[in-house]
Design a protein around this ligand. Structure first.
Ligand SMILES: *Cc1c(COP(=O)(O)O)cnc(C)c1O
Length: 415
């Protein structure tokens, strides 16, 4: 690989500067909603990124389950550049072949019945907002309630926040859009008790990502389908994190058809795009002309990025790689001292630790040249690019025990 320090030059800004200099400028100029950034990154290639000080990292988080094909994938970047060179933005007064082509391709991949439709947004939370508005339109006969799950994460805009469970995210912004109730995730009887003719929609993540990669009991999605169908409520699967090959299947909910599905994160392999798919003609007609919209959503460049992503996943046998590398990682992690549970499917992996070392482990992993993520005090998450090889995964498995030891040393030192 070429020298990162000589290829990160930008004509727009002088990129010279150490990580600590950039971080000082960051804290003087960026709103402090994310906390201090862990590193200043200047370049990526495949599953590797480099920081401003020239240090390389194996990226096992992929921009939070986003960089499906890693960094600077040549086919994706050329599709984006080619489209931008031809036609970049047009508004939804117009359409483009890539927008139509992406809608057709996604409808085929989700095995949607005739009359199903797609809507494109720029992010996951906007896809959820569209689904929330869809649910409000399914209000005939006084369906005012919406059911979501404990520990659910659906985004940060006000509608999505109403569906998100975490009090620390919700409470500073009350009042949120009303009517949403949270019930235990994976609990068929709780769902059966909650859903009746007053419910407009039920929102479910097929695997809860932000909650630490929680996999529901077998049969939960099938039961949710049956319960919502019987009650006439919409079933919405939020596949923003689990969709587009993340679990080794195109969609984590494969085999159970919802009434609506939201997508985003991996769809554009790093280029921002989200989507809502509605299943069948009746659900697809709930949002009438003029009732929803977006300026940027579904633009030619974003839809080209998504089409390129889908075609590489198809052509390169990526789903089989996700299964193989995911199983290899999970098997290797299960034997590690200090690990109490390993969860997930494909390359969405949650790791529970015996002690509350997860934030310290993230720091120790960075020092050792790996990017990982903590979803809680004792839980780590991996969501690497879908192109991660078993050789790359093996370098992490080899380093992980000493990462946990270093984390324990710093944590004990603090207390
Ligand atoms: C990340 C995420 C969202 C929100 O997506 P953004 O692009 O961050 O707005 C919604 N739902 C799920 C399941 C997610 O993981």
């Amino acid at each position: 690989m070429s020298n990162p320090m000589t290829t990160a030059v930008s004509p727009l800004i002088d990129t010279a500067g150490s990580g600590s200099e950039w971080l000082a400028r960051y804290s003087d100029s960026l709103m402090n909603v994310f906390g201090a950034p862990q590193r200043v990154l200047v370049r990526g290639e495949g599953c590797t990124v480099w920081d401003a000080d020239g240090k390389a990292y194996l990226d096992l988080l992929g921009g939070i389950a986003v960089n499906a094909l890693g960094h600077a994938h040549p086919f994706v970047t050329s599709a984006i550049a080619g489209q931008l060179n031809t036609l970049g933005h047009i508004s939804n007064f117009f359409t483009s072949p890539t927008q139509v082509g992406l809608a057709e391709k996604l409808l085929q991949l989700v095995q949607a019945p005739a009359g199903s439709k797609a809507f494109f947004s720029n992010s996951g939370t906007e896809a959820i907002e569209a689904a929330f508005k869809l649910a409000r339109r399914h209000s005939t006969g006084g369906r005012t309630r919406i059911i979501a799950m404990d520990r659910a994460f659906h985004g940060r805009t006000m509608g999505a926040l109403a569906l998100t469970a975490k009090p620390a995210y919700r409470e500073p912004f009350a009042p949120l859009p009303g009517g949403v109730e949270h019930i235990p995730y994976g609990d068929v009887e709780a769902l059966r008790a909650a859903v009746d003719a007053t419910v407009a929609a039920v929102f479910i993540e097929p695997i809860q990502g932000e909650a630490g990669v929680q996999v529901p009991p077998a049969g939960f999605l099938e039961a949710a389908r049956e319960i919502t169908r019987d009650a006439g409520a919409l079933l919405v699967f939020d596949e923003v994190q689990t969709g587009i090959g993340r679990t080794g299947r195109w969609f984590a909910s494969e085999g159970v058809l919802p009434d609506a599905m939201t997508l985003a994160k991996g769809l554009g392999s790093g280029f921002p795009i989200g989507g809502l798919i509605t299943f069948g003609p009746e659900v697809s007609a709930l949002l009438a002309p003029g009732q929803h919209g977006t300026t940027f959503g579904g633009n030619p460049v974003a839809t080209a990025a998504a089409l390129a992503t889908l075609s590489v996943i198809d052509a390169d046998g990526i789903l089989a790689n996700v299964q193989a590398t995911g199983n290899f990682l999970r098997d290797g992690l299960r034997g590690v001292d200090g690990v109490t549970e390993v969860r997930g499917e494909g390359l969405l992996i949650g790791i529970d630790l015996a002690q509350e070392l997860a934030p310290a482990a993230v720091q120790a992993a960075l020092d050792a040249g790996f990017i990982i993520n903590a979803t809680g005090p004792a839980t780590l998450r991996l969501a690497p690019p879908l192109i991660l090889t078993t050789d790359q995964a093996a370098t992490f498995l080899a380093a992980f025990p000493s990462i946990l030891q270093a984390a324990a040393a710093t944590t004990i030192g603090q207390s």
